[in-house]
Design a protein around this ligand. Structure first.
Ligand code: 13P
Length: 243
């Protein structure tokens, strides 16, 4: 499976930062892996037409209407994004998004012919209580709509306690979780589930990327902080190409 390295800029990035982004584009004119940046929506239209794919960080579940401040999948596609993240833990926490809302947003993205990177992850308390696998299975069952296939869905496992903390599960834990996620996807979606890319996210950086990419059923990474500067993101893409 072709590896997939995604940078999620979150609420960071201004026009002045684009010089650094175009350096990244210059460094990967023909990347051997799929590379994507999800900038804030304000920058999407300025970042398209390069070798790097552009995605959005969220979309509304409706096509259009009276939803002040929201942006629909159609609008994001119109701006040039080809994929969208749904279910990020920061959306679930900051905006109270439920699995049902994540499913509705995912369907909205598919209706706009966008592909989805759907995030799941356990909290620190759930991890400590040994509930990780049950939490992830429940999130996947409720938030992934019927109709998912290897083309329209990528699943990202992001332990909430690993995001922005410098902490990660150990390699065995990541491998064990991804094996279970794969089995669940195959059980529900058959061959399509076998072909869906599974990303790991949470404190991925140059120093741990290669070991993570080498794990079975880890098909790439969703990177936050270390995607903001080309100098930090380039070695992670290198690791994905070489692992
Ligand atoms: P960090 O890489 O900063 O831990 O963030 C991970 C993340 O939330 C990506 O979506």
């Amino acid at each position: 499976m072709k590896r997939f390295v995604v940078g999620n800029w979150k609420m960071n990035g201004r026009i002045a930062d684009l010089d650094d982004y175009f350096e990244l584009c210059d460094a990967f004119k023909n990347p051997m892996v799929d590379v994507m940046i999800c900038p804030p929506s304000t920058l999407i239209s300025r970042m398209t037409n390069t070798s790097i794919m552009i995605g959005a960080q969220d979309c509304h579940m409706a096509v259009a209407g009276a939803h002040t401040g929201d942006v629909s999948a159609e609008m994001l596609a119109d701006a040039g994004a080809t994929k969208v993240i749904t279910g990020h833990s920061e959306r679930r926490t900051d905006h109270g998004e439920t699995d049902e809302m994540v499913a509705a947003k995912t369907n909205a993205a598919w209706n706009a012919e966008m592909q989805v990177i759907l995030c799941i992850g356990e909290t620190e308390a759930q991890y400590r209580a040994g509930e990780t696998l049950n939490v992830l299975k429940a999130q996947m069952a409720a938030s992934i709509p019927d109709g998912a296939n290897a083309h329209n869905l990528t699943v990202a496992y992001e332990p909430v306690w690993a995001i922005g903390t410098g902490l990660t599960p150990n390699l065995q834990e990541i491998a064990d979780v991804h094996a279970v996620l794969r089995a669940e996807l195959v059980k529900r979606f058959g061959d399509e589930g076998a072909g869906m890319r599974l990303l790991y996210g949470g404190s991925v950086k140059a120093s741990n990327a290669r070991d993570i990419f080498r794990l079975d059923n880890v098909d790439g990474a969703l990177v936050g902080g270390a995607s903001l500067k080309a100098a930090d993101f380039i070695p992670i893409i290198d690791a994905a190409e070489q692992a």
